[in-house]
Design a protein around this ligand. Structure first.
Ligand SMILES: Cc1cc2nc3c(=O)[nH]c(=O)nc-3n(C[C@H](O)[C@H](O)[C@H](O)COP(=O)(O)OP(=O)(O)OC[C@H]3O[C@@H](n4cnc5c(N)ncnc54)[C@H](O)[C@@H]3O)c2cc1C
Length: 451
């Protein structure tokens, strides 16, 4: 049934049809509430998106889930979707300008002296122990909040003694987190490790979290959730203002129309929340937070080939490198499609990130040629997505908390402001920044409303 938005007083308006918004709306709808999801884009999924090229679905946003991402795995199961394991084969590792092919994570040993290796090992171990302590000992974390606000790179400079080990630590950290060790706080890094990022196996196992992809693209989870919600999902609905009154909220869209509801759930990344005009104003710290919680700046790129030619050479299609514009590459081919897909990331603020798409394609092709050897078939298509420039996302993979921000504002972040509630990957207490965090946060806020 199509709800007449102009006349009906809804139970809840959900702003954003990403995972968090769709999961929140699903829970509320299943409990019999009248809900409308207002989505600015002409598609659902938010930071999850498929682009179909040559009949091949290419995942341009989030893609990996791991077994501990329980809610995501349940959704994948519920919709009868299947997972794709990482590709077997050798990994190419480039260090100091030369390439090696290695079957496991032992590749690091090939390039570091035994002393550097031991240093790196102890550094990673310390990092993990510290991460555990942050979780298990809240009082200790509280007492050391100032110290935990130092940059990860500062911590690494103090705790790793050799330049080789420090360099590897920074490379692995940057690739795993999608943000530089020089820009992350120690607390943020430790929380991400607790959220499942396995730094040691980053290069050996696809993405570092023993991850799997969903065959055909994880965005199908959003498509199915949206299908079930039907007319309740309104696309092309850009929310510009939210006014709270004693009875409910009035949500205003860019076309001037309004929607009335008792409550509103906002699922935008924190940086975008400040674009909405709130009456009364949200507390000052929330707007300040928007400035202090920038999103990462990563461009995700994919090259499509007629076939996954690297597999015939015994390669996994995976690259880890200490140089160049693209330092990690993965095999993103589908499980049944005959085409081959290689996917990698550019740092958006690097010089190549600022150049044209054509030059980025050339840079990726050069990286592949250098790493995997020349003489392979040419790519038949190239696609990339600069999430930083996406109006309704503003960066990827997610927001990262500048020094001092999490300790001062983090715990209050997910708290409601009257009838205005917040959900999304960046509001999750567990798996923050991940799809799993988005699902849990969306469901949690819905449960709170129902209670
Ligand atoms: C390149 C990339 C790689 C990633 N890799 C992984 C990965 O491998 N594994 C993993 O777990 N996570 C990954 N992530 C992160 C993951 O995609 C996100 O954590 C998750 O999808 C966020 O969901 P969300 O619902 O919280 O936010 P979003 O998906 O950002 O949803 C917010 C929605 O709000 C809409 N919106 C914005 N402004 C307005 C407005 N004014 N009015 C109405 N609607 C609006 C947006 O269009 C969007 O649909 C990746 C992300 C990116 C971009």
């Amino acid at each position: 049934m199509l709800v007449d938005l102009e006349v009906a007083m809804l139970d809840c308006v959900v702003v954003g049809a990403g995972l968090a918004g769709l999961c929140a709306a699903t829970k509320l709808t299943e409990a019999g509430r009248d809900v409308v999801v207002l989505e600015a884009r002409d598609r659902v999924g938010g930071r999850l998106e498929n682009v179909v090229v040559e009949g091949v679905p290419l995942e341009m946003g989030g893609q990996w889930i791991s077994p501990q991402h329980e809610r995501m795995c349940e959704l994948v199961d519920r919709f009868g979707l299947t997972c794709v394991d990482p590709t077997d084969g050798e990994i190419v590792v480039r260090v100091g300008g030369s390439s090696r092919k290695v079957p496991t994570s032992n590749e690091i040993e090939e390039h570091l002296s035994p002393f550097e290796m031991a240093d790196l090992g102890q550094g990673l171990l310390r990092f993990r122990r510290l991460a555990e302590r942050v979780v298990k000992d809240a009082a200790w974390a509280d007492a050391n909040s100032k110290w935990l606000d130092q940059e990860v790179s500062t911590w690494a400079a103090t705790n790793l003694r050799t330049p080789g080990a420090r360099e590897w630590f920074a490379n692995v950290y940057d690739s795993a987190m999608g943000v530089s060790a020089a820009e992350s706080t120690l607390l943020e890094g430790l929380q991400r490790v607790n959220n499942g990022v396995d730094m040691e196996s980053l290069i050996a196992v696809n993405g570092g979290v023993k991850q799997q992809r969903v065959a055909g693209g994880v965005v199908q989870v959003c498509d199915r959730l949206a299908e079930a919600l039907g007319e309740a999902v309104r696309l092309g609905a850009v929310v510009t203002a939210i006014e709270q009154g004693s009875e409910g909220v009035t949500v205003t869209l860019a076309d001037g129309s309004t929607v009335e509801a008792r409550e509103v759930i906002i699922t935008l990344p924190p940086r975008l929340v400040s674009r909405i005009a709130f009456t009364p104003l949200l507390p000052g710290w929330r707007s300040e937070l928007a400035e202090k919680v920038p999103a990462g700046n990563v461009i995700k790129a994919a090259l499509v080939f007629e076939s996954p030619w690297w597999r015939r050479a015994g390669l996994s299609g995976q690259l880890g490198s200490d140089e160049g514009a693209m330092r990690v590459i993965f095999d993103n081919s589908g499980p049944v499609d005959k085409h081959g897909v290689l996917m990698g990331f550019f740092e958006g603020d690097s010089s190549i990130g600022k150049r044209s798409q054509f030059l980025r394609q050339r840079a990726m092709e050069e990286t592949i040629k250098t790493a995997f050897g020349a003489g392979h078939p040419a790519a038949i298509a190239y696609v990339d997505r600069d999430w930083y420039r996406e109006e309704y996302t503003g960066g990827c993979h997610g927001a990262h908390f500048a020094p001092g921000v999490w300790t001062t504002s983090g715990p209050a972040l997910a708290a409601a402001e009257g009838r205005v509630h917040f959900a999304g990957a960046e509001y999750a207490s567990k798996y923050n920044g991940y799809m799993e965090g988005a699902v849990r946060s969306g469901e949690q806020v819905a449960e709170q409303l129902l209670a």
